[in-house]
Design a protein around this ligand. Structure first.
Ligand SMILES: [Zn+2]
Length: 303
């Protein structure tokens, strides 16, 4: 009897040992394929998809395909004008979603879906009219809020050499003081960035022969703005605003390529692809400047 019981215990102990070894084997296998064994599988997959872009779900593949089409074809309205696609805002969208220019389409879709969720939208990763309007509202909210006209003591006259058109009259070269100081700081950073290959003087200033980053227009008086509106009556509300941020002296039109201030899609397509514009999208915020999404050249100092 004793021997029999001992035998049963031995068999049971051996079986238990085998089971322990087997479960350890399974454990170590799952650990070697994944470094976070304690995270719930659903969470883990979502995080991996967003951070590395691998293994996109069928929904994201479908969303990425729809985005490829909507990027050029989405029909929407802004400033009383029919607009087509959102490709002109691609650099700003990518900056807002915090993804680089080269990210594959399913990375874009994943990042957009996250942004949509944070913004209370349907997080399907599709950049439709609803989502575009939310992005635009986000950019517009970040612009200059106080549009009180600058008083003369708030303005300084910038040197003619810093303007795209150096023959501009002194009264058209006025800039709000702090805006000008921030612009000079930003300009120094741009000139010092070798990737931009800006022509510079021996002392490290922007060379007179360089057009990129020069000021096209800054402070405008109400009278001058009215004159511009009279000259260009078809510009519409997306063009020359009645209550222009340029009255404050805190709005700068900066040369980013192409025809300096032409909103034609073909012109803006040239502008959004210049290294100067892409640099501004990435860096202007550090110096207190915010974009006006519709005009690649227009930047507002909001500090
Ligand atoms: Zn402007």
């Amino acid at each position: 009897m004793q021997n029999g019981r001992f035998h049963i215990f031995t068999v049971a102990a051996a079986l238990a040992a085998v089971l322990v070894v087997m479960s350890l084997g399974v454990r170590s296998q799952s650990q070697s394929s994944n470094s976070q064994p304690n995270v719930k599988p659903t969470v883990r997959i979502t995080e991996r998809r967003i951070s590395t872009g691998t293994d996109p779900s069928p929904e994201f593949i479908e969303a990425a395909e729809r985005n490829l089409n909507l990027k050029n074809e989405l029909s929407w309205t802004f400033g009383g004008k029919q607009q087509r696609g959102w490709y002109l805002y691609d650099p700003l969208i990518r900056q807002t979603l915090d993804i680089d220019n080269e990210s594959p389409t399913h990375d874009f879709t994943a990042a957009l879906s996250l942004w949509q969720r944070q913004s209370g939208l349907t997080s399907d990763g599709v950049l439709n009219e609803d989502t575009l309007m939310s992005l635009i509202s986000n950019w517009q909210t970040n612009r200059l809020k106080n549009r009180t006209a600058a008083t003369p003591d708030q303005l300084i006259t910038a040197p003619a050499s810093e303007f795209y058109d150096p023959s501009r009259f002194p009264e058209l070269r006025q800039v709000e003081r702090n805006t000008y100081a921030a612009y000079k700081e930003m300009l120094a950073a741009a000139v010092a960035d070798p990737s931009l290959k800006l022509e510079q003087t021996a002392s490290g200033d922007l060379a007179p022969s360089e057009n990129f980053f020069k000021i096209i227009s800054a402070f405008r008086s109400r009278e001058y703005q009215e004159e511009l509106r009279r000259k260009s009556p078809n510009a519409g509300s997306a063009g020359l605003a009645v209550n222009s941020p340029h009255f404050t002296g805190r709005a700068l039109d900066i040369y980013v390529g192409g025809d300096p201030v032409d909103t034609k899609d073909s012109n803006r397509l040239i502008q959004i692809n210049t290294p100067a514009y892409k640099w501004l999208v990435r860096n202007a915020g550090r110096f207190g400047f915010r974009p006006y999404f519709y005009e690649p050249w227009h930047w507002e100092y909001v500090k």
